[in-house]
Design a protein around this ligand. Sequence first.
Ligand code: ADE
Length: 227
Amino acid sequence: MLAIIGAMDEEIELLLGDLQDRQDITHPGVTLHRGTLDGVPVLVTRGGIGKVNAAMTTTYLLVEGATRVIFTGVAGGVHPDLRVGDIVISTDLVQHDVDVTPLGYEPGTVPGETPAWHADDTLRDIAMQAAQDVEGVNVIAGRVASGDQFIASREGVQRLWKTYAAACAEMEGAAVAQVCAKAGVPFVVIRSISDTADHDANVDYRTFMPLVARHAKQVVRGMLARL
Ligand code: ADE
């Protein structure tokens, strides 16, 4: 079954409103919604903010039978070409707040794990096709950098660009990726840009998040039609 996760209400309420035959499944800390969206059987949920919530929610989704996972939401743009409203489809994901460098590991590497988790090629291709239908925005395939930090400075952006060649910064994707990879379940992350992670990021985020969340949702609906 296809699972769709968003971090916040704004990111999934647009999908939940159209969910047919809805059935709620409650686990400690999170409620999953099973139903049919555009004729496709799905599990939809609000996963909460940050890597821990994302990992926990993904685990419950897998236990409930998810065999493909889409994460949808907003992000801070890091790639210099990205503007508010643009869309990033994940090629791979890193955890930019992991630092075991004193023990000789590369920045972002969890000992014993891959330095970056690769999104599924097929889901990524379908997401790219669906994103082309969103009018007036640029779409790029790129690396998503996740961490338990809201990035809001030039230095923060530069670090993610120079160290990881990240396209965008958010707070969940790589945790979803890590859990899915362990289970051998394909995944992709779709992010629309709500801010450019600089000193205006807090204001831009509040202003644009509800608007651009619609773009990511549009991509998800476009994907359902292509699955
Ligand atoms: N999500 C949206 N904007 C973000 C930012 N600047 N940093 C981290 N996560 C975000």
